[in-house]
Design a protein around this ligand. Structure first.
Ligand SMILES: [Zn+2]
Length: 332
């Protein structure tokens, strides 16, 4: 081996060595960089975990608060309904008191509860309760004009018609706005007690919004004696008549049928003769009539009906919760 060859080998050895050193150095730097990224990542992950657990805590606290709020709202609703019940009771007692003090004058003969009113006593005043079901309608204002002229008060058992606004005038003129049904569909309201009361509440709210009064006087569609309801729910009238009274309502049937609903265009003469025949011997009468656009003959018969009854000694009162009771026998 020459001296030149030895020098050349040394050079190659040095170059290889420095190349290896460079590689080792680079690997070291890269390793350090990598481990710092990993540790940073780990610390971020633990921060995320801490935040997540904090979030869980907060949302469980939130759920707790929400359930507390809903409990408080329930309590408030219960209290409000109790207050309403008490207010109703107070107004009923006031009414009774007023009636008692006014009956110190000539006393109205009252029929005991649970019987139909068929009082034939001729002493004391004779009272007629004119009642109009199924309105308001195109005929309502005509009926109101006739009543005003005759200075007679009446009761309107209303349904949720598009003319419900007319109850403002009915109320303003001293007549009673009473409840019939929001939806006069037997198959719907007599399906269940719940369905009946849902419907009644809907109507009651509409009436309250218009005249500010929660009416407690009701008439069942078809009357309490209807047997049609049996088709939809056996025994429902027996249960409803009890339940409405438990809820503070007074239900009113009738003891004189004008027969204006027994067909289309029942003649004025027939309406008048039905009323005349049916009121014989009764000192308190509750006459069933209908306030719908189709019942024009009812409107036609009304002035003569009122004159006839006045001549028989009747006065015309609007129904109150303390009026004589007019109940039919139950058929379902
Ligand atoms: Zn009706």
């Amino acid at each position: 081996m020459s001296a030149n060859q030895g020098l050349f080998k040394n050079k190659i050895f040095l170059i290889t060595l420095s190349f290896l050193l460079v590689i080792i150095l680079a690997a070291g730097i890269f390793g350090m960089e990598y481990s710092s990224v990993v540790s940073e990542n780990n610390s971020k992950n633990s921060q995320i975990n801490a935040l997540e657990s904090e979030l869980n805590d907060l949302s469980s606290k939130n759920a707790e608060n929400e359930s507390k709020i809903s409990n408080q709202q329930k309590e408030r609703d219960e209290l409000n309904s109790k207050i309403k019940q008490l207010e109703d009771e107070v107004s009923r007692i006031k009414l009774l008191k007023a009636q008692k003090s006014s009956s110190a004058k000539p006393s109205t003969s009252k029929t005991p509860s649970g019987t139909s009113n068929n009082n034939s006593s001729t002493s004391g005043p004779k009272v007629c309760y004119l009642t109009f079901d199924d309105g308001p309608s195109d005929n309502t204002l005509k009926i109101l004009d006739i009543l005003k002229k005759a200075n007679a008060k009446a009761t309107f058992f209303v349904v949720g018609t598009s003319k419900l606004d007319y109850i403002k005038r009915i109320h303003a003129e001293g007549h009673t706005v009473a409840l019939h049904a929001n939806n006069h569909d037997y198959s719907k309201i007599y399906k269940s007690e719940q369905a009946y009361f849902d419907d009644l509440t809907k109507l009651s709210n509409k009436v309250k919004n218009l005249i500010g009064i929660e009416s407690k006087i009701i008439r069942f569609p078809g009357g309490s004696s209807n047997a049609v309801s049996r088709k939809y729910n056996k025994g429902i009238m027996t249960r409803l008549t009890k339940q409405v009274q438990q809820k503070g309502y007074v239900y009113v049937d009738w003891n004189v049928d004008s027969t204006d609903a027994s067909g289309n265009n029942i003649s004025k003469a027939r309406i008048l003769s039905s009323v005349k025949n049916n009121c014989k011997g009764k000192s308190n009468i509750c006459i069933l009539m209908h306030d719908t656009a189709a019942k024009k003959t009812t409107v036609d018969a009304l002035p003569e009906m009122i004159s006839y009854l006045k001549a028989q000694g009747y006065r015309f009162d609007a129904l109150t919760t303390s009026s004589p009771i007019f109940h039919h026998g139950l058929n379902n």
